[in-house]
Design a binder for this molecule. Structure first.
Ligand code: PLP
Length: 434
């Protein structure tokens, strides 16, 4: 199957080309041309995530240069679990989907590792090293670095806002050697993103380097994420015969798109509620249909500090009009105070320890009507391990939070921080020097 641009359905390319290009030539985002509904039937009863990914994603790889390698790609990328656990303490059926058991303890490991496994198998005519230039608000950079570290033919350059990522996130961004470099940009995330965009357009850099992006505009990050929404919904269908509803902590809407695509593929998914932080662009759009992007606001759920989420374009392409979109997904905004209270409440209620992003999701769940909570099985998507944000979560729950083993191993590595100004000249010099 080909993929097409959100801005022109006739602009179609094979999947592997979309993975390399990142963004379509007309500036649109790549999306599947259709969602084969037989996919869901073909996967019922599939036990492991890697097998599920192989079967579910096979239609998208059909006819592509990577088709025969999908089993190897799925096995390589899905080598850690995404457990679905019941949350005790209340009468409702509530489960938590833990997406933080990968090397950098956030869900972005799934997408980054799958993309790396794909890109390293695509035959190349151009032998130059591929530079993955990534602007990150914290979690993407670490996941991409871990996924591409020591891969021949690749180099990773990370740009993150100095002083605006958690201490553990910074360690994950700065603990690499070899083919990974990271820069603390004097500015905010919007500055990092602007800098990356300027670099992609810069004539000097384009003639000298091969640049690519691993942000969630790349469809190779989103397709694998369909898998765990599918797995969770199939487990609930098998156990209870019902559809599953999801609450998704959201920023750039990559997770939202993956969940919606899973539902389009015929998986037993009911309601989808997006929990945003104080960056209200999406909830406001859902309310009145006017798209008003704005500069991002810093919150304690910093990986969701996005004021102009690019993946809205994929949702608008799928739903075409505002009425359809609001019938199919909802969005709420949760402020920092409510996030703090939610961390404390869920811990007291059931011993559940949540990162600030996941806690925004829990609060969105608590805001549903009693009837809605009672009548359906809800799944709370936990996007990062609470230890990544322990200086926020620890004091609220009154205890130390141990880092999971994968994270501890990263933290033992030596690290160095390099600060740069938010100007293209400085970045260009560094990109060309290495
Ligand atoms: C990236 C991230 C999010 C937001 O996900 P999107 O796909 O950008 O909406 C939420 N929580 C955590 C921990 C993240 O790293």
């Amino acid at each position: 199957m080909n993929v097409c641009s959100t801005r022109d359905e006739r602009l179609q390319v094979p999947l592997s080309r979309a993975l390399v290009e990142g963004i379509a030539v007309d500036g649109g985002l790549y999306v599947p041309v259709r969602f084969p509904a037989q996919a869901a039937r073909a996967v019922a009863g599939t036990a492991t995530l890697d097998l599920l990914a192989q079967r579910l994603l096979a239609p998208f790889f059909e006819g592509d240069a990577l088709a025969a390698m999908l089993p190897a790609i799925a096995t390589e990328a899905f080598d850690f679990p995404a457990p679905l656990r019941p949350v005790g303490g209340g009468a409702e059926r509530l489960s938590i989907l833990e997406l933080y058991h990968g090397p950098t303890a956030a869900f972005k490991d799934f997408g980054a590792r799958f993309l790396a496994a794909c890109l390293s198998r695509i035959p190349r005519s151009d032998q130059r090293v591929l530079t993955m230039l990534v602007a990150t608000s914290g979690d993407t950079g670490g996941a991409v670095a871990a996924a591409f570290h020591e891969r021949p033919g690749f180099r990773v350059v990370l740009l993150y806002p100095a002083g605006k990522v958690s201490p553990l996130q910074e360690r994950q961004l700065t603990c690499w050697d070899g083919n990974v470099r990271s820069y603390a940009v004097r500015g905010n995330f919007d500055d990092c993103q602007r800098l990356a965009k300027e670099a992609f357009r810069d004539a000097r850099l384009r003639e000298t380097l091969r640049l690519s992006s691993a942000n969630s505009i790349n469809i190779g990050r989103l397709l694998p994420q369909i898998t765990y929404f599918a797995a969770a919904s199939l487990l609930i269908r098998a156990a209870e015969g019902n559809t599953a509803n999801f609450v998704i902590p959201s920023g750039n809407l990559g997770q939202a798109v993956a969940c919606v695509w899973a539902r389009e593929l015929g998986l037993p998914i009911g309601e989808i509620v997006l929990a945003h932080n104080a960056n209200r662009t999406v909830p406001d759009f859902m309310a009145d249909g006017r798209w008003r992007p704005r500069p991002s606001i810093a919150t304690i759920a910093s990986a969701m500090d996005v004021g102009d989420p690019s993946n809205i374009e994929r949702l608008r392409f799928l739903y075409q009009d505002h009425t359809t979109m609001t019938a199919r997904i909802r969005a709420v905004s949760i402020g920092d105070d409510a996030i703090r209270k939610s961390i404390q409440f869920e811990y007291r209620q059931s011993g559940l320890m949540l990162c600030p992003h996941s806690a925004a999701g829990a609060q969105a769940y608590r805001m549903l009507s009693d009837a809605e909570r009672r009548d359906s099985h809800w799944v709370l998507v936990a996007t990062a391990h609470p230890a990544k944000f322990r200086e926020i979560v620890g004091p609220l729950v009154g205890r130390e939070i141990a880092a999971p083993p994968a994270l501890s191993r990263l933290l033992e590595r030596p690290h160095t921080r390099n600060d740069i100004d938010a100007s293209l000249d400085g970045l260009r010099e560094r990109l060309l020097a290495a």
